[in-house]
Design a protein around this ligand. Structure first.
Ligand code: GLU
Length: 471
């Protein structure tokens, strides 16, 4: 029995999936999802995943877009297995041979036709439709039946050197041994023609799976007018590739469990093409942000620090101000910042909105802001800051950490009123209405800077010389 299973298994055709983009635009996330599902299916079946470039549309195909496809897929980590990537534009002679054979066998013919606009006669090559009913089983949609009569004798080439897309797809899928055609729902109406051509050239019929459309919240097809749609735009918006891959996998598929966060390896293990839904999948950027945050939390700290450093140091603002930020500081703020962001772009926003300035330079503020909202004037801030300074002065450098700072100040704050004590403390350190709590801040800034900032607040705003600021 086991031997028989082994035998059958060895006879089974090795799975080959493919991704054949037309380089006519930046890689859309819908196409990236198609690539991902092909990738996952090939990997989980120990098969191969191949690329080819369908650049027969000479007007719309651009090198720039081809480059983008490769860059985007490599950023997502979806590597292909074929060393040589075919370009259909360079394979005219291959298609020509097949066209000639079909014509020779009477399965296709040259037809002279009126060219509507110009009144000239042009030659096209038409496929001689056997007018049969064809049936195929789509892994997602089940049995699909189609009466091909309605297609008539369809065009397969504009001339012998200019085959149309339906033709080139079939020839290339056949010659590269593709066993599974996993593509977008828009490909379903092309399938009957392609099956007919495949039969005519004697190609084994691949297994089809047509993926549901990706829809915007308004249930229309997701397009540029809804916002970001290309992989490169999401990359620029600061998403992690592993998060985008994770989210794309969930567009039309779910594991049937509560698990929502997947690494690519987990996806290879869990993904099930036959469980992909038929109905359109609604794209939800809020969900993507959440998934991104989960991947941020999981990523190695050192990688996050590296990216944080890169973003901070390359920002115009930091360059203009000439701030030099130590690795030690970078490391300390990384753990605070990671809790406050969902995407890398949030770091850039924090830089421009000056939400990080206080880590690197003395804060500038309006003295009245030191006043806790429930206090009538600044005198309570003065008393509390004075007291906190005295408490913290007793905490030596080597014991200076968040836990100890909290332990020293907390009982006093509990006693005197948390807002009244902690607001001016925090404000003196950050000069911002919103910032991390004062214990975290004081530990990041260090003993010397913390004491200096409290001192400065007292001098600038609260000492007798600053009476003008007192109401
Ligand atoms: N070149 C086609 C496209 O980019 C793919 C067609 C197919 O997957 O069969 O839409």
């Amino acid at each position: 029995m086991l031997r028989r299973i082994k035998y059958l298994f060895s006879r089974r055709k090795r799975v080959v999936t493919r991704f054949p983009p037309s380089p006519t635009g930046f890689l859309h996330i819908g196409r990236a999802r198609t690539a991902l599902f092909n990738y996952l299916y090939a990997r989980q079946n120990r098969g191969s995943f191949i690329f080819r470039i369908e650049d027969t549309d000479k007007v719309r195909s651009k090198d720039e877009y081809e480059k983008d496809v490769f860059e985007s897929l490599s950023w997502l980590g979806l590597s292909h297995d074929n060393h040589e990537v075919w370009h259909q534009s360079q394979r005219t002679s291959v298609y020509k041979k097949y066209l000639e054979n079909l014509i020779g066998e009477g399965k296709a013919y040259i037809s002279k036709e009126e060219n509507p606009g110009e009144g000239e006669r042009a030659e096209v090559i038409r496929f001689k439709n056997p007018n049969t009913k064809i049936k195929f089983t789509d892994l997602i949609r089940g049995d699909v039946e189609f009466d091909t009569t309605e297609l008539g004798d369809f065009v397969i080439a504009r001339d012998i050197n200019d085959p149309v897309y339906h033709f080139t797809v079939v020839i290339d899928d056949f010659l590269s041994g593709v066993t599974h055609v996993v593509r977008g729902e828009d490909g379903i109406s092309n399938t009957p023609r392609q099956i007919l051509i495949g039969k005519a050239i004697g190609a084994p019929e691949p297994i089809y799976a047509h993926l549901p459309l990706i829809l915007a919240a308004d249930k229309s097809k997701l397009s540029g007018r809804h916002g970001a749609v290309s992989v490169r735009e999401f990359r620029e918006k600061g998403y992690l590739p592993q998060a985008l891959v994770n989210y794309l996998a969930l567009l039309g598929w779910n594991p049937g469990t509560d698990q929502e966060i997947f690494t690519i390896d987990e996806l290879v293990r869990t993904f099930d093409l036959s469980k992909v839904q038929k109905g359109g999948a609604v794209f939800d950027e809020k969900k993507l942000r959440w998934i991104n945050k989960e991947h941020l939390k999981k990523m190695p700290k050192a990688d996050f620090e590296k990216e944080l450093k890169r973003r901070i140091e390359s920002s115009e603002r930091v360059k203009d101000l000439g701030w030099k930020i130590s690795d030690e500081m970078m490391e300390k703020i990384a753990s605070v910042i990671i809790d406050r962001i969902e995407t890398y772009a949030d770091i850039d926003n924090m830089i421009t909105t000056r939400d990080l300035d206080f880590y690197f330079s003395e804060p500038q503020y309006d003295c009245l802001s030191l006043k806790w909202k429930e206090e009538p004037d600044l005198s309570s801030a003065e008393n509390h800051l004075d007291f906190i300074r005295a408490l913290l002065e007793k905490l030596p450098e080597k014991k200076w950490n968040e836990e100890n700072i909290r332990a020293v100040v907390w009982p006093y704050a509990e006693n005197q009123g948390r807002g009244a004590v902690l607001w001016p403390f925090r404000y003196a350190l950050s000069g911002r209405d919103k910032s991390p709590n004062p214990f975290t801040l004081a530990s990041i800034l260090g003993r010397e800077t913390t004491l200096k900032r409290i001192e400065r607040a007292l001098e600038l705003c609260l000492s007798d010389s600053a009476d003008a600021n007192k109401p």
